[in-house]
Write a protein that binds this ligand. Structure first.
Ligand code: F6P
Length: 322
């Protein structure tokens, strides 16, 4: 087995709370194992351009509680071309990196796989608020995003009940409904619309009418961005019921702020495991959490398998908001 000496770490795609905790874990585990740690700025874009910075123990001090990513991130179209990949591999070789930890979502994992196929040992650490990666129950940042959405909905409920109003709250998640489902259940939303399940607007309106008739003063409808915009849902409700409905799009608020304890611990465990795998001479893998165990899969597992939503929980949300 070739003894490795120096590894790189980068964050790519949308930032997610907890990415800094993962960077910290990678750097500290690397140094603990006698390796040099190199930070790559601005994701794959910085990799192609050779934006490297040496990270010491102190470089990652005081960041475990910070949102965003100290390495910054980017979405790099050029990296998807053969030319971009070759540039990246050349920079890796020149910098003497024996391995690379890629913290990001599905697109980042695909990039990590392409690098692996061209001879760079890579390990993917799932970091995205969307939780849409197979091979892990949770992605880094998801728990924080759900808690932010719940906090926002709690506040909206105050206004909703004071003014006897309905709110449609749009949450992120790309094509998946994980954030909407969890935030909806945790905040007692009256209806939850997720891309994984068909919705019936007549039924939603009927539910609102029933609530209204029995004196309910407020209703919250959570819609995942992958279903429709909150404005579209509001218009449909207005057309059918005439009720006054307000719209709130939480947007990027869900991606910022201090990570929850859960995300920090998840990031610490997965970041450390990624380095251990590189030390063992392993590449082309992703790390994840299943149950309470850290697991390892080939990178393609994450996009070749569907991460299914908890349909029992979805059903329960309908029962509890009857
Ligand atoms: O993947 C994270 C995410 O926040 C998605 O939920 C959302 O659809 C997308 O990124 C937004 O991307 P951008 O920050 O480029 O607008």
């Amino acid at each position: 087995m070739k003894k490795i000496r120096r590894i790189g770490v980068l964050t790519s795609g949308g930032d997610a709370p907890g990415m800094n905790a993962a960077i910290r874990a990678v750097v500290r585990t690397a140094i603990y194992n006698g390796l040099e740690a190199i930070g790559v700025k601005r994701g794959f874009l910085g990799l192609m351009e050779g934006e490297f910075v040496k990270l010491e123990l102190g470089s990652v001090g005081g960041i475990i509680q910070r949102g965003g990513t100290i390495l910054q991130t980017a979405r790099a179209e050029k990296f998807k071309t053969e030319e971009g990949l070759i540039e990246a591999v050349n920079r890796v070789t020149e910098a003497g990196l024996d391995g690379l930890v890629v913290i990001g979502g599905e697109g980042s994992f695909k990039g990590a796989w392409e690098l692996y196929k061209r001879g760079v040992p890579t390990i993917g650490v799932p970091g995205t608020i969307d939780n849409d990666i197979a091979g892990t129950d949770y992605t880094i940042g998801f728990d924080t995003a759900v808690n932010i959405a719940v906090d926002a909905i709690n506040r909206l409920r105050d206004t909703a009940s004071s003014h006897e109003r309905m709110f449609v709250v749009e949450v992120m998640g790309r094509k998946s409904g994980f954030i909407a489902l969890m935030a909806g259940v945790a905040s007692g939303a009256e209806s939850i619309l997720i891309p994984e399940m068909e919705y019936n607007i007549e039924e939603i309106c009927e539910r609102l009418r029933r609530g209204h008739e029995r004196g309910k003063t407020h209703s919250i409808i959570v819609v995942a961005e992958g279903v429709a915009s909150a404005n579209q849902i509001r218009d449909m409700i207005l057309d059918r019921t005439g009720y006054e409905v307000r719209v709130v799009v939480l947007g990027h608020l869900q991606r910022g702020g201090s990570p929850t304890a859960f995300d920090r611990i998840l990031a610490s465990r997965l970041g450390a495991k990624a380095v251990e795998l590189l030390v063992e001479g392993v590449g082309g893998k992703m790390v994840g959490l299943e149950g309470n165990s850290v697991v390892v899969y080939d990178l393609p597992y994450s996009w070749e398998n569907e991460k299914s939503i908890d349909l029992e929980l979805y059903k329960l949300s309908g029962i509890l908001s009857i």
